[in-house]
Design a protein around this ligand. Structure first.
Ligand code: MG
Length: 455
């Protein structure tokens, strides 16, 4: 350590020991950033102005992008809700935590308590942790957000098309059924309140919007505003909620020391815009996985950045852990990588390849240039190309829309990517499990909805 720096550190120590004001300034400068992760539900890559939307106005999201960096090749950790959220919070491909399938109200499984979430890591690092919005990782005591590292929870247990659909504070129902038109406003108010109460401590806020997942709903005043029907109104209202959260960060003087990340849990469903990519939610192509990603952190992330480096939801845990000075779990495989340098130094992706799972199966894999698709859907049935001795090899540089296969031209790319697939398949071979049926069982003794022991 250079002598001057050494002296400064010593002085700071002395000052801290006597509780003088300079220590406060020192703490302020070295304090880890607050973290706000905004996760929209089924928001398409092309649904935001920053990614080219013309029929939907998202000024608040666009402002985040203008003041931060936008990753154009960012992927959700899965093509549907539950596994994508498990991937985001644990840094692991969801099959590793047994969360490769969607949780339904009659399901009795959830994110295993032994999994380590971002909230648990940050709580141990001295953060106040709060979650607002849609959980969808199990609705029994041991799976509930407050058992998975969150000090506070305000939101709903799963998707808004599932029944019963109640709004909770911690473990108490505060509205039954939840009034869907009010949800975004209530979420934004709860998030603003959390920020105000914890402005003095480093905090982690996981804000998981219910929308634009179906059914769509907006307050009367927000209806008929967009050029994209009710869907567009819902996205515009969601954007307004994000504006309120940003205003709360500013009003509480913490906007500059807060890393705000915005993304989505999978591609768009029956409405919405997946951008110039093939496929949608639930599919195996780019449109099912590639989602908006913006990160804003003034002074640390240069404004107006755009990067095409590939990254995935699994990267949030290692990235956030590094910023908070927390160590990622060493006793298990973490598939995500720290993308801090991608965001702050415009570094290349730390990933050699990314895998795309549909439930138990690896359905695609990509490297910098190529995306090998091993399975797709035609009408209602899966088309396992491999069983026919083939695959589709897309060149994302030449044809990001995945229209033409270059298997004949690049057999070496196929072989290279298949070697990765073979290795990963071996790793997760014992972890397959049957998906739950979306239909409630006839058995009336099987509870539907949350089962919580105390309030
Ligand atoms: Mg979703």
């Amino acid at each position: 350590m250079p002598p001057m720096k050494h002296l400064a550190a010593l002085l700071a120590l002395v000052a801290a020991g006597f509780g003088h004001a300079p220590a406060q300034a020192q703490d302020e400068a070295q304090r880890p950033p607050n973290i706000v992760v905004i996760l929209a539900d089924d928001l398409g890559w092309g649904d935001i102005g920053a990614n080219g939307a013309r029929l939907i106005a998202t000024p608040n999201i666009d402002r985040l992008a203008a003041e931060g960096i936008r990753l154009t090749s960012f992927y959700a950790g899965a093509n549907v809700c539950t596994p994508s959220r498990a991937a985001l919070l644990t840094g692991r491909y969801p099959i590793r935590s047994g969360m490769q399938h969607v949780v339904f109200p009659h399901s009795d499984f959830g994110l295993p308590p032994e999994e380590v979430t971002i909230a648990e890591l940050l709580k141990d690092a001295g953060y106040k942790t709060g979650m607002v919005g849609k959980w969808h990782l199990g609705h029994r005591d041991e799976f509930w957000p407050t058992a998975q590292g969150f000090d506070e929870f305000y939101g709903v247990p799963y998707s808004n098309d599932m029944q019963p659909f109640d709004l909770y504070r911690h473990k108490t129902v505060v509205q039954s059924p939840a009034e869907q038109r009010e949800l975004t406003d209530r979420y934004a108010a709860a998030a603003s309140d959390f920020i105000a109460r914890h402005r003095a401590a480093p905090f982690f806020l996981y804000y998981a919007e219910t929308f634009p997942h179906l059914p769509l709903a907006v307050p009367e005043a927000a209806a008929g505003q967009s050029g994209a029907g009710l869907y567009g109104d819902v996205v515009e209202h969601l954007d307004e909620g994000i504006g309120r959260i940003m205003a709360a960060l500013e009003a509480n003087g913490v906007a500059d020391n807060t890393l705000v990340i915005l993304t989505s849990d999978n591609g768009p469903w029956f409405e919405g815009d997946q951008g110039a990519f093939r496929g949608r939610k639930g599919g195996t192509h780019e449109g099912g996985f590639r989602v908006p990603f913006i990160a804003r952190w003034p002074g640390r992330i240069a404004p107006g950045g755009v990067s095409g480096e590939m990254a995935m939801g699994i990267d949030l845990l290692p990235t956030i852990a590094a910023l908070a000075g927390a160590q990622v779990p060493q006793d298990r495989t973490i598939d995500g990588r720290n993308i801090g340098k991608v965001l702050m130094e415009r570094a290349p992706s730390p990933h050699e390849v990314l895998f795309f799972f549909d439930g138990n199966d690896i359905v695609a894999v990509r490297d910098r240039r190529f995306r090998l698709v091993l399975s797709t859907f035609y009408r209602t049935f899966p088309v396992p190309f491999e069983r026919f001795g083939t695959a589709l090899l897309f060149d994302l540089e030449r044809d990001p829309m995945e229209r033409f296969s270059y298997l004949r031209e690049h057999p070496e790319a196929r072989d290279r990517l298949m070697a990765h697939v073979a290795a990963m398949r071996k790793e997760v071979a014992g972890l397959r499990k049957e998906p739950a049926s979306p239909f409630p069982p006839d058995d009336p003794t099987i509870p539907k909805g949350p089962v919580l022991s105390h309030h």
